[in-house]
Design a protein around this ligand. Structure first.
Ligand code: NDP
Length: 268
């Protein structure tokens, strides 16, 4: 029997996850299908219930449901435990296990694919939604010199810092004082680029030779990447992270680890 998986989001039609998981399944000889499911904004749980009832085996969760997924899961992996956001679930009867593979996906893309070490670096995360929550703990585990967070709504940045404080200190920096700081890695984890907007990040905060990482993918030179390039930073989008987090989800479901390099090359 072919096993069914899906990505649930709203919107979801832009998701490249079906293409990625189809490539992983072909590469590893796993018998599965992977579809997109658009969930109404107030019906995340009902949408997952329906997919489970019709034989679905597991799901990925994208914007804006990662925190709903955390609440839906009956238990969490260690890396999803504190962060309050889940992007991958599988189940056994009524037992729903929630994981978060975004952080390991980002770390692998920065370290392995882009060849930039995280240990000892000064890092800024811009944004405090599900994506920022998902990556904060994994970045702290790599022992940067500083992990800082800034967000349009500062209270949400404080919540993210509190959520991961068992793993290390995350410094909350207001947008007004950002020009006083410099970072070697600046990660745009806002959804501002979706609407072509620039979050409040000054050009002065990119250190010489910094990496500017845009989590969004497929939008070319976003206002954030354009600002960073103008400040002399190296730029990268989130396509590598997308494929790496998908590979970790595939491993969580199937126990098999696909090779990501050919899939990143195919999507580029
Ligand atoms: P959320 O909706 O949970 O959070 C959105 C964040 O963006 C909030 O911090 C919000 O600030 C901020 N924001 C939105 N618009 C603006 C704006 N105009 N100016 C400044 N800040 C803004 O989204 P996610 O955290 O789930 O996703 C964030 C981005 O990361 C998305 O673009 C998503 O596609 C991408 N992503 C990519 C992944 C990959 O694998 N490459 C994986 C996961 C996410 P406030 O709190 O003030 O509202």
């Amino acid at each position: 029997m072919t096993d069914r998986y899906a990505v649930i989001g709203n919107p979801v039609e832009h998701s490249r996850s079906p293409q990625i998981h189809a490539a992983f399944a072909k590469q590893t000889g796993q018998d599965l299908t992977y579809e997109r499911i658009l969930a109404p904004l107030d019906r995340f749980a009902a949408t997952v219930d329906a997919f489970r009832a019709t034989g679905g085996k597991g799901v990925n969760i994208t914007v804006p449901f990662k925190m709903d997924a955390w609440r839906y899961a009956t238990r969490h992996t260690d890396r999803a435990g504190n962060c309050g956001a889940v992007n991958t679930m599988k189940w056994d009867g009524c037992e729903i296990e929630g994981d978060n593979t975004d952080g390991i996906g980002l770390v692998r893309d920065i370290e392995r694919n882009l060849g930039v070490g995280i240990a000892g670096k000064r890092i800024l995360i811009v944004g405090a939604g599900g994506a920022a929550r998902g990556v904060a703990g994994d970045l702290l585990r790599e022992e940067p010199a500083l992990l800082a967070i800034t967000n349009r709504t500062e209270a949400r940045a404080i919540e993210v810092a509190q959520a991961v404080n068992a793993l290390g200190t995350m410094q909350v920096i207001s947008a007004d004082s950002l020009p006083d700081h410099q970072f070697e890695i600046v990660i745009n984890a806002t959804s501002a680029s979706l609407s072509g907007e620039l979050p409040r990040v000054p050009a002065a905060c990119f250190a010489r030779g910094a990496l500017a990482y845009e989590m969004m993918y497929g939008k070319g030179m976003t206002p954030f990447l354009t600002l960073a390039a103008g400040a002399g930073a190296r730029t990268a989008d989130g396509l590598g992270m997308l494929v790496e987090q998908a590979a970790e989800a595939f491993h969580f479901w199937r126990g098999v680890r696909p090779d990501t390099a050919p899939v990143i090359a195919m999507l580029r």
